[in-house]
Design a protein around this ligand. Sequence first.
Ligand code: AMP
Ligand code: MG
Length: 319
Amino acid sequence: MVQIGQNVSHAKAWLERGNVVGIPTETVYGLAGNALDTNAVLTIFRVKNRPTFDPLIIHTDTPAKLSQFVTDFPPAARQLADAFWPGPLTLLLPKQASIPDLVTAGLPTVAVRIPNHPLTLQLLAELDFPLAAPSANPFGYISPTTARHVADQLGNQIPYILDGGPARIGLESTIVGFEGDMPCVFRLGGLTQAQIEAVVGPVTVQTHSTDNPAAPGMLSSHYAPRKPLILLKPGQSPPLTNPNRTGMLAFREPVGGVPDAQQRILSATGDLDEAAKNLFAYLRWLDTLDLDLIYAETLPNTGLGAAINDRLRRASVQK
Ligand code: AMP
Ligand code: MG
């Protein structure tokens, strides 16, 4: 059975032996393995049941280490790295041959990030290899924001979870790639488009759904609870044919007609950072109830609201 603790040396020892472990980050919990060891990377794909065409992000603790794994670091990428690392920013950069093709799904670029969590930064500083780490959930399910979420789903397949408390941001990283020196956002996450643009000027955003993540992009169906989730249009009330079998993920206040015990409020004060932090835990909680379906309100598209709405769209049955 999985051990949960705060012992960096334990996590390090498992990783050095080729095992995969759960690690905390400020975005969501990761399922980490030695990125330079093809067997460890294969274990990540197997434990998550993730298709190998969906590439992984590699993590380390300093830009100097990361530059060993990429062949180019364009000026705009450097500016973003200087502004946001450690933090919820993933950069797509041309890869060195040392990064296995399995990590990048055969793509010429590798996704790299320096996460901002003290335990994981300490772990990365002590390792002499980078960590490949996708979110620590079965492929397609809701991402984990606590060690308990990881244990509930992957506990019988991994030896150790480093417990760093609840994820501070609660949404995955924002992914930025480059065409020449022109930045393009491929996934909105813990950094907003406005934050990126404040550093590098106007960027294109290509986060539309695709069934070919290698394009690159994201799978259109993702982050999904097992129960059907229906995303309400802004201002739309849920059609309550059977309120006792209906769950509700509301933004600021409970929705009349649905029993309180079947509702979660993302942020009573309308704080989008708080809503992001609560999103995945509340979706999981609603998914444990004996219900037929879950409605979710669309949030304002400002700040982290855009990334939250993106996750809700991908989690929903009607796109
Ligand atoms: P995660 O599940 O949070 O680790 O997300 C990894 C995502 O990053 C993938 O699903 C891709 O959408 C994206 N990604 C990773 N590596 C690349 C790459 N080399 N090129 C394009 N997208 C990538
Ligand atoms: Mg994921």
